[in-house]
Design a protein around this ligand. Structure first.
Ligand code: HEM
Length: 556
């Protein structure tokens, strides 16, 4: 029993019974302490799933400093990076984003790759994405983005019309969609997938004259061995089939790769990534705003350089305590690794290329959002859970009590004295931002560069990926309403008019096929969630021109 007392037999129940003719009747007794105890525990087993990235798989591994193309300690004081060959234990979690905890892994989606480095100076969390850019640059759009990519509020079905309608109204997301709708959006394995920091972070280093040097970096993980774009991704049909055959495919494959490598590390490789950085010494030479999360930084200007390697070597022992209770947070940083970029690293930088320092507020709102959601999802003491607990020890006497406190510093003093910090730690970060200005009410606008990068990416795809991109977009768009399809085609025209033409043709064919299949009892072709006739308006997604929506907005 939960009080530690042994039971005669956990399957016995206490009841009052009587013989009624041939049958024995029984009434369960509330005084049956064991059954009441276990039932009331089981009915509280579920905790809220993550608001996004709910479905995931975790593994333990190691980060090793390789310093192959540059020496990290030239730029940062972070102790885990201070010597070639130095290893740090880590925990990784890979996830899909829009689907719920039981959603099929191979449905097209952004993917998350989160890492918790248990460094000697505290935990450093990396929360990375595939693709290497994000879908928004205005934090206020996040709730709309998530709602539009999840389920329709009335039908509770994923809704292609809602999805495309959202992006047609916020087309800065198309650059990421170019990647998500290529077969990159359906990788065969998490270990055959790149992941990127998206934002710039900052390496910090104290110089001999005691001043601080700050260097902006974007980080990317590149699978080792390198990706083969024509073989490492599922095409639409294969991904759709796999979603039915094995909804947990990506999870299963990661476990299998690790356990096969454990059995025979020569024949089977552990999942591994090279850790690369784009070092931005002079932001003014960038053709795009380096703080814009919807843009890549061209590698012709900022080449990728390798400085580390991540290898995953251990499957979790317990999914709930190690994976589900993991709380990653970009605010978990260590000395030598900082959040906020300083545009004044050299000469003052004038961002003539885009409208503002658009990405920073996204990262800043994230610094708030993760701790906040984890206090709700896991409780105020989630940092004490085994998977989140740092291996370094920092005495923090005012962090006391709260639900499920597991340490609480016993009888130690619970307040801070002025002289407690008389000997400062040898390594720490100081904030280096200098702001002066007035409050601004900001919403980003679309620029030519937004479409240029979309086209650059399309042209960089292999022929197979280009063809499949057209198929993938058509399959999804064919189930949206006609005005939504037309608006999307207008946006593709701004990206590349030939591509728009190809999508249009594929779309016409797909709508015809959907309709023909819907007329038979065979079902709908892979990727088309709902049969969709021309002129058909799904009841759950009212045409924006109808009074239903207009009335609603008038009331707001
Ligand atoms: C306004 C922007 C964003 C907000 C408000 C936001 C919020 C969230 C929230 C609430 C979660 C669930 C966390 C939990 O329950 O533990 C989450 C998960 C995650 N987010 Fe974000 N996010 C944003 C943008 C981004 C970006 C730009 C990236 C990557 C560069 C990212 C990477 C991740 C990853 C990898 C996870 C999964 C963490 C895990 O495996 O537990 N997010 N995000």
């Amino acid at each position: 029993m939960s009080n530690g007392c042994p039971l005669e037999d956990p399957l016995l129940t206490e009841r009052v019974d009587k013989l009624d003719g041939k049958h024995r009747m029984a009434s369960q007794l509330i005084q049956d302490l064991n059954v009441i105890d276990t039932i009331s525990h089981v009915t509280r087993e579920r905790i809220p799933e993550r608001y996004v990235h709910a479905k995931g798989v975790g593994a333990f591994g190691v980060f090793e400093v390789t310093n192959k193309d540059f020496t990290a300690s030239d730029y940062t004081d972070a102790k885990f990076l201070n010597a070639t060959g130095k290893k740090t234990r880590l925990f990784a979690r890979f996830s899909t984003v829009a689907g719920e905890r039981g959603y099929p892994d191979t449905v097209r989606d952004t993917k998350g790759a989160a890492f918790k480095f248990y460094t000697e100076e505290g935990n450093l969390d990396w929360l990375f994405l595939n693709p290497e850019i994000f879908l928004i640059r205005d934090p206020a759009k996040f709730p709309s983005l998530v709602h539009a990519t999840k389920r329709d509020p009335a039908s509770n079905l994923p809704d292609a019309n809602m999805f495309w309608d959202y992006f047609n109204n916020h087309p800065e997301g198309y650059n990421a969609l170019m990647r998500i709708f290529s077969d990159e959006g359906t990788p065969k394995s998490y270990s055959r997938m790149q992941a990127s920091s998206v934002h710039c972070y900052t390496f910090t280093k104290k110089k001999q004259d005691q001043s601080w040097e700050h260097t902006l970096v974007r980080i990317k993980l590149v699978p080792d061995p390198a990706i083969d774009p024509d073989n490492d991704y599922f095409d639409l049909d294969a991904a759709t089939t796999m979603a039915g055959k094995d909804p947990d495919w990506l999870t299963r494959v990661l476990y299998a790769q690790i356990s096969q490598a454990q059995k025979d590390p020569v024949k089977n490789k552990y999942p591994a990534w090279k850790v690369m950085a784009q070092i931005v010494k002079d932001p003014s030479i960038s053709p795009v705003n380096i703080f814009d999360a919807t843009k890549i930084l061209p590698d012709t200007v900022f080449p990728w350089k390798e400085f580390g390697k991540i290898t995953l070597t251990e499957c979790p022992q317990n999914f709930f305590t190690q994976v589900e209770q993991a709380g990653f947070n970009p605010a978990n940083i260590v000395p030598g690794w900082d959040i906020s970029p300083d545009p004044r690293t050299s000469e003052p930088v004038h961002f003539i290329h885009t409208t503002a320092l658009t990405s920073k507020p996204v990262l800043q709102i994230r610094l708030f959002a993760y701790g906040d959601t984890q206090r709700y999802r896991l409780g105020v003491n989630n940092d004490q859970l085994p998977t989140n607990r740092p291996c370094s020890y920092v005495y923090s006497p005012t962090r006391r009590d709260g639900a499920y406190n597991m340490t609480n510093y016993a009888n130690a003093r619970n307040y801070i004295r002025n002289d407690d910090n008389s000997i400062p730690p040898s390594n720490y970060n100081i904030s280096f931002l200098h702001w002066s200005g007035s409050l601004e009410r900001f919403k980003s606008v679309m620029e030519t560069m937004d479409y240029t990068q979309c086209n650059d990416h399309y042209l960089s795809m292999t022929l197979k990926l280009q063809e499949n991109f057209v198929t993938n977009v058509a399959a999804s768009l064919s189930t949206a309403q006609i005005p939504t399809q037309e608006k999307s085609l207008d946006i593709f025209k701004l990206i590349n008019s030939d591509l728009a033409e190809e999508i249009k043709e594929a779309l016409t064919l797909r709508i015809y096929v959907n309709k023909r299949l819907a007329d038979t009892t065979v079902g709908v072709e892979a990727g088309a969630e709902q049969p969709h006739e021309v002129g058909y308006v799904p009841p759950t997604a009212p045409d924006p021109s109808t009074g239903v929506v207009n009335d609603l907005f008038k009331k707001m």
